[in-house]
Design a protein around this ligand. Structure first.
Ligand code: UDP
Length: 486
């Protein structure tokens, strides 16, 4: 007999793009699957912006959120460390706190399961040690999950051919990965990033289960391939569950609250007339590229909201750790006179905007996105077609899915190291907002929105998947209880 509800501990790695989907998963487990939930959030700074954003995101008082004391690994880093190295070291340093906190939670039953994202894998041995089930949450596509699962058993010679001859990488049961869209570690087999990713892939497939923020009807082939008896599922120890789309819902301010200025501005615009331009929580561009975006928006003559942050010349994820670094109201890096000239036509927001609210607003009609998976799902959830402008990580694969498989985005023909000119920026914006092509994309993305809602419904595939995972945890809890009973 089940003595209590299972208790899941979720570990979120630094970066709003990692924290937000983990919180959404936690909310879902709590509200729809009767779990107790504790979420540990790892951050790299002690400023309050991350927790303020988190507060707006997690409007549930019964969600137990624990902030791991900020961790600074700067003294341990090599010069110009890749993002993954910095996050990995930070996560490693969070383990002692995590272990002592998990073992001393006394107002809830002992946790039955640990759910980590791709950067929290180092915590899995600890969970096993504490007799917890282990799950990895890919807050991204089934295709990317499939690529990672297959990589864990990949033949190095094939990977070398992909890197050297630029041949597409065949993934059983899924779309092949074109070299132009490949992941950075795959471009140098045997290199440090490659080996690190291979190690991670092996740990992922050895977990008791894998969760993905996608749904069956969005990616039928990849989700099928990953099922227990699918062509990729045989490489994973546990079941692979598609549980999405889990995205941030708009949180109403208590008592109505004061509306954000950008939302007030949106209220005055016609329906589907504004293009929202944002490159995620950390995306940055060179000064020249930002200039071209500004001039391109002006040239397009479309209403816009553009979230800007100071340019960064050689790192497209340059602001990943700096969400909390405050607002630069001077925005002196924008072309001279741009803000004045576009007054009334558009709004420029420094550093951080209420994205979920903007995308949900009826006046928003398009989204220029870097194709971070959360942004993609938020756009789909609100039926907003996109311009896909990928910058780093698996974003080029996401851009491929959106533009070539689903037909809900125009892809920016970006080439590494080349600046996209203003005419091109204006052209893609108009293709989504004005041209007939945009009308077709809008129709398709609205169909996807309905399909996502269906998946989460009580008879939907994602609800079913999370129920299955929940049953696993209940069985595990019963077995643990049975061991403890005299
Ligand atoms: N986000 C936001 N305001 C911003 C930038 C980002 O609310 O100005 C949120 C966005 O809604 C999404 C997350 O931050 O939920 C970014 O995640 P995504 O996967 O799109 O990209 P990442 O930041 O991980 O590259």
């Amino acid at each position: 007999m089940v003595t209590s509800k299972p208790h899941a501990v979720l570990l979120a790695s630094p970066g709003m793009g990692h924290i937000i989907p983990m919180v959404e998963l936690g909310k879902r487990l709590l509200t729809h699957h009767s779990f107790h939930v504790t979420i540990f959030v790892v951050t790299t700074d002690s400023t309050t912006t991350t927790s303020q954003i988190l507060q707006q995101t997690s409007n549930l008082s019964s969600l137990n959120i624990v902030h791991v004391p900020p961790i600074d690994v700067s003294h341990k880093l090599p010069p110009n460390p890749p993002l993954a190295v910095r996050i990995g070291l930070t996560m490693l340093d969070s383990l002692p706190f995590l272990r002592s906190s998990i073992t001393s939670i006394n107002n809830l039953p002992p946790p039955s399961a640990l759910i980590v994202d791709m950067f929290g894998l180092q915590a899995l041995p600890m969970a096993r040690d504490l007799s917890m089930l282990t799950y990895v949450y890919f807050a991204t596509s089934a295709w990317f999950s499939g690529v990672t699962v297959y990589f864990s058993v990949s033949d190095k010679k094939i990977m070398e051919r992909h890197a050297e001859s630029r041949e597409p990488l065949s993934i059983p049961g899924c779309e092949s990965v074109r070299f132009e869209d490949t992941l950075e570690p795959f471009s140098s087999p045997g290199g440090e990033m490659y080996e690190g990713y291979l190690e991670a892939a092996k740990q992922i497939v050895a977990a008791d289960g894998i969760l993905m923020n996608t749904w069956q009807d969005l990616e039928p082939a990849a989700t099928k391939a990953l099922r227990e008896n699918g062509i990729l599922g045989r490489f994973t120890k546990g079941e692979v569950y598609a549980v999405g789309p889990l995205v941030r819902s708009v949180v109403k301010k208590p008592g109505g609250g004061k509306k954000d200025a950008v939302l007030q501005w949106l209220d005055g615009q016609p329906d589907e007339s504004v293009i929202y331009v944002s490159f995620g929580s950390g995306g940055t561009m060179s000064a020249n590229q930002m200039r071209q975006v500004a001039l391109g928006l002006e040239l397009s003559q479309q209403r816009f909201i553009w979230v800007v942050r100071p340019p960064c010349e050689d790192d497209a994820s340059g602001a990943f750790f700096d969400v909390a670094s405050g607002v630069d109201s001077t925005m002196s890096y924008l072309p001279e006179g741009f803000v004045k000239r576009t007054e009334g036509l558009g709004v420029v927001v420094s550093m951080w905007a209420p994205q979920a609210e903007i995308l949900q607003h009826p006046a928003t009609g398009g989204f220029v996105t870097h194709c971070g998976w959360n942004s993609v799902l938020e756009s789909v959830e609100n039926g907003v077609p996109m311009v896909a402008w990928p910058l780093y990580a698996e974003q080029k694969m996401n851009a491929f899915v959106l533009s070539e498989e689903l037909g809900v985005a125009v892809r920016m023909a970006e080439k590494d190291g080349e600046v996209v000119g203003r005419e091109k920026v204006a052209e893609v914006v108009r293709r989504v907002m004005v041209d007939k092509e945009g009308v077709g994309m809008r129709k398709k993305v609205k169909e996807l929105k309905l399909s996502g809602e269906k998946a989460l419904g009580i008879f939907g595939s994602s609800h079913h998947s999370l129920s299955e995972m929940s049953k696993e945890c209940e069985v595990h809890l019963q077995a643990s209880d049975a061991k403890l009973s005299p």
